[in-house]
Design a protein around this ligand. Structure first.
Ligand SMILES: Cc1cc2nc3c(=O)[nH]c(=O)nc-3n(C[C@H](O)[C@H](O)[C@H](O)COP(=O)(O)OP(=O)(O)OC[C@H]3O[C@@H](n4cnc5c(N)ncnc54)[C@H](O)[C@@H]3O)c2cc1C
Length: 307
């Protein structure tokens, strides 16, 4: 096998990609893991509290670095780069990184996660904006907080429901005329005393000194209003960024890769794991589980084709 040819090329070095690398190496596969952040989105988790085995939690960045070292220790190769293109060449998957370096493999696991969609308004980078109520909602427990949730689809609804357990007041801000969520979700929101819904209302800026203290909203009639808040949860969607994927695979309407029970996409030999996949729970533990399963099914696939 040529030096730059592998059994499996993993795109993404988050929990899914790193676990796939650990399992792949331990199953005897030659693995290359391509990504530029050891641990992927783990670094965004101040303290990972819901992963079994860590009483009192563990900083996400520390956990990511440890799993990365573990995967390296198993012998996986990590060139620490981003993939510009994943394509097919002579019955192999070919990855070309941002430095034009080429990698070849018989199989590939796409584990490149998702990126949050956000708003293009002033101060959107300020402290106090969150993207995951399940993860960061408990920060507001017992703090008499007012929280804004931005968005109008199911995701925004479930974020608002979850936050209503921690905050005194949750304000759902949506620019549309009608919420885009399922009726059951809408009714559940309307039944909650501490959730208010602002329709036809657009967030035009965030303001605050160290962190966000208020949002500036504009109604359809053009009236501006300041709404004091202690935090903002952005729920305008998360989406995969599959620009680098030069292979046609079936995806959901939102762009998540559809897989079969063995995590293979519609393209033979191309697997998907973690948040990028059409899955129901996007968390560290489910990402790790996906990685373990994908690597195991890669081996099964390779044995099936005599690779
Ligand atoms: C703020 C926040 C808090 C969270 N808190 C929790 C929590 O408390 N508990 C929990 O279980 N989950 C939490 N999550 C969710 C958790 O982080 C994700 O479910 C998990 O990281 C998904 O793992 P993954 O490996 O699928 O993808 P990711 O962790 O997103 O990793 C994918 C990696 O692939 C890289 N990549 C993308 N494209 C390319 C490319 N072209 N070339 C190379 N690399 C590429 C990305 O840069 C990224 O580093 C949180 C998420 C966020 C954003």
């Amino acid at each position: 096998m040529a030096e730059n040819q592998y059994d499996v090329m993993i795109v993404g070095t988050g929990p899914a990609g790193l676990t796939a690398a650990i399992y792949g190496q331990r199953l005897g596969l030659k693995v290359v893991g391509i990504g530029d952040i050891p641990g992927g989105n783990l670094y965004m988790i101040e303290k990972l509290m819901n992963f079994p085995g860590f009483v009192g939690g563990v900083p996400g960045a520390q956990f990511g670095a440890t799993v990365f070292s573990q995967a390296q220790g198993e012998g996986a190769f990590f060139p620490m780069t981003r993939l510009d293109k994943l394509t097919r060449n002579d019955n192999l998957f070919m990855g070309i990184d941002v430095n034009s370096q080429e990698y070849f493999a018989q199989t590939a696991i796409v584990a490149c996660g998702v990126i949050p969609r956000t708003l293009e308004v002033p101060n959107v980078d300020k402290k106090g904006i969150y993207f995951c109520a399940l993860c960061d909602g408990p920060l507001f427990r017992g703090k008499n907080a007012t929280i804004a949730v931005i968005g109008g689809a199911n995701m925004a609804g479930s974020e608002a429901m979850s936050l209503s357990r921690f905050a005194d007041r949750v304000i759902l801000v949506y620019h549309g005329e009608k919420l885009k969520m399922e009726a059951v979700m809408r009714k559940a929101l309307e039944a909650k005393d501490n959730i208010e819904i602002l329709l036809n209302t657009e967030v035009v800026a965030f303001e605050g000194k160290e962190q966000i203290e208020r949002i500036i909203v504009s109604t359809r009639e053009g009236e501006k209003e300041e709404v004091p808040v202690n935090g903002v949860f952005m729920a305008v969607g998360w989406g995969p960024n599959l620009d680098m994927l030069d292979i046609s695979v079936e995806t959901t309407r939102e762009g998540f890769i559809k897989t079969d029970k063995k995590l293979m996409s519609s393209f033979p030999g191309l697997f998907a794991a973690g948040d990028v996949r059409d899955t129901d729970i996007r968390q560290v533990i489910t990402g790790c589980a996906d990685g373990a399963r994908a690597a195991t099914y890669v081996l099964e696939y390779l044995e099936g084709i005599g690779g």
